[in-house]
Design a protein around this ligand. Structure first.
Ligand code: PLP
Length: 397
C-alpha cells in the first residue's frame, strides 16, 4: 500500500509540531529540567478529583447531553457572567467541549468555507495555523514584535485585512508571549471587527492567570457578544489538562452549528470530567488563586534572572510563559535549545515552534517548582557564559 495514495494532501503537507520531536528527546534524559511543557505542575485540587471519583462511585458512566450536562452549563453561564461579563443562556449559548482544542477545531469547521481567511496574531499557540488548514481556510498571521514586547497592534490587523477575511482569532493572555490586551487596544480591535463584519474567536484559556490588572474579555465590549465566540476551559487555571474539558460560549446560531459537528465527532465531553468541572466552578476558585500566587512569584523570579543573564525578557502579564530573546548569544533559537539541552540539560522551546515571528526567542514555562527554576536558570547562565566565551575566543582569532 502506498501511503501517498491514501493520506489527504492537506494532511500530508501539515508540519509536525516542533515541540513534540524535541520533547521526545527530553523524555530520554532523566536529569533534564524541562521548562518546555505547557501545563501546570500542580496536581488537580483534591476536591475536584474527588468529585470525579464520587461520580464514578455513583455509577455515572453514561453519555451526557451533547451540549454537556445542563448543571455544568448553568455553572459556566454563572461563571462567565461574573468573571468575563457577558451572560449566556445555558440552554442555547453554551457548548461543553473536549478541551478548548476541540472548540477551536469545530468552530473553524463550522464557519469556514474553503479559502476563507482567518486573521490571528503570531507568535501564537501551535494549533491555530494547522486547525485553519484542516478546516480548508487560509491562515493570515499578523506579527506581534519584540520591539513592542509582543503586545497587540490593532493597526497591524487593519493593514493585514484583505477580502475574504471571516474570522479574527485572539488569545489573551497569550501563549507563548504572556501578552495581555489593554482595554484601549481591545476597543480598537472590536471596532475593526464590527467594521469588517468579522467573527471573533477569543481563546481566553489563561484568563485566571493574569498578574497585572484585570482580565478583560473582548466579548464584554459593546456590540461584541453577538459576534464573539468566547473559549475557555479548565486545563490551565484549574490544573485539569488530563480531564479534557472546555467550553465555548457565543451566539446560538454558532453554538448550534458547532454542536452539529460535535455530536458526530465527539458526542459529548466525558461525564466524569464534566462532574469535576462543576466542582471546579462551584468550589475551586480559591485553589486557582493559590496557584496563581505561586506562578506570580515564579514569574518575577525567572524574568529577573533572564534579564540578569543577558537574555532580554519582557514581563509576561499573564499565562505561565516567559519569552526571552536569545539574540545576544549569536545562536538562533533552535541551536540555542538543542545546545542548552545537550550541554546543561535544560529544555526550553524554540520560539519558531509558535510561528516565524517567534524567531530569536525561546519559550520557558514557569509551571515548574521554584527550586527547579532556580537550578534551571543557574544552568542557563552557565550555558550563556560558555557561549559568550566561545564567541570571544573566535573573535580574537
Ligand atoms: N489554547 C491555548 C492558547 C493553549 O495554550 C492551549 C494549550 O496549551 C489550548 C488552547 C488547549 O487547551 P485544552 O487543554 O483546553 O485543549
Amino acid at each position: 500500500m502506498n501511503p501517498e495514495n491514501f493520506i489527504a494532501d492537506h494532511v500530508s503537507s501539515l508540519p509536525r509540531s516542533g515541540i513534540r520531536d524535541f520533547f521526545a528527546i527530553v523524555s530520554e534524559m532523566p536529569q533534564a529540567i524541562s521548562l518546555g511543557i505547557g501545563e501546570p505542575d500542580f496536581i488537580t485540587p483534591w476536591k475536584i478529583r474527588e468529585a470525579s471519583i464520587y461520580a464514578l462511585e455513583q455509577g455515572k458512566t453514561s453519555y451526557t447531553d451533547n451540549r454537556g450536562l445542563l448543571s455544568l452549563r448553568k455553572e459556566i453561564s454563572k461563571y462567565c457572567a461574573s468573571f468575563f461579563g457577558p451572560e449566556y443562556n445555558p440552554e442555547s449559548e453554551v457548548l461543553v467541549t473536549v478541551g478548548v482544542s476541540e472548540a477551536i477545531d469545530i468552530a473553524l469547521r463550522a464557519v469556514l468555507n474553503p479559502g476563507d481567511k482567518v486573521l490571528y496574531h503570531e507568535p501564537c499557540y501551535v494549533s491555530y495555523s494547522p486547525s485553519v488548514t484542516l478546516a480548508f481556510g487560509e491562515a493570515i498571521p499578523v506579527a506581534t514584535t519584540p520591539g513592542q514586547d509582543f503586545s497587540l497592534d490593532p493597526e497591524a490587523f487593519e493593514k493585514a485585512w484583505q477580502p475574504g477575511c471571516k474570522i479574527l482569532m485572539l488569545n489573551f493572555p497569550t501563549n507563548p508571549t504572556g501578552g495581555t490586551a489593554d482595554f484601549d487596544k481591545l476597543e480598537k480591535l472590536a471596532k475593526f471587527a464590527i467594521e469588517k463584519d468579522l467573527l471573533v474567536i477569543s481563546d481566553e484559556i489563561y484568563a485566571e492567570l493574569t498578574y497585572e490588572g484585570e482580565h478583560v474579555s473582548i466579548a464584554s465590549l459593546p456590540g461584541m457578544k453577538e459576534r464573539t465566540l468566547l473559549l475557555h476551559g479548565f486545563s490551565k487555571g484549574f490544573a485539569m489538562t488530563g480531564f479534557r474539558v472546555g467550553f465555548g460560549c457565543g451566539p446560538d446560531w454558532l453554538i448550534e452549528a458547532m454542536m452539529k459537528i460535535h455530536q458526530y465527532c465527539m458526542m459529548c465531553a466525558p461525564i466524569l470530567s464534566q462532574e469535576a468541572a462543576i466542582e471546579a466552578l462551584r468550589n475551586g476558585l480559591s485553589d486557582v488563586s493559590r496557584m496563581r500566587e505561586q506562578y506570580h512569584k515564579r514569574r518575577d523570579f525567572v524574568v529577573k534572572r533572564f534579564n540578569e543573564i543577558g537574555l532580554k525578557c519582557h514581563l509576561p502579564r499573564g499565562s505561565f510563559y516567559a519569552f526571552p530573546s536569545v539574540e545576544c548569544t549569536g545562536l538562533n533559537e533552535t541551536d540555542f535549545c538543542h545546545r542548552l539541552l545537550r550541554e546543561q540539560e535544560v529544555a526550553v522551546v524554540p520560539g519558531t515552534a509558535f510561528g516565524e515571528h517567534g524567531r530569536n526567542h525561546v519559550r520557558a514555562s514557569f509551571s515548574t517548582s521554584y527550586d527547579k527554576l532556580v537550578e534551571a536558570t543557574d544552568r542557563i547562565e552557565k550555558f550563556v557564559c560558555s557561549v559568550d566565551l566561545e564567541n570571544k575566543k573566535s573573535e580574537a582569532v
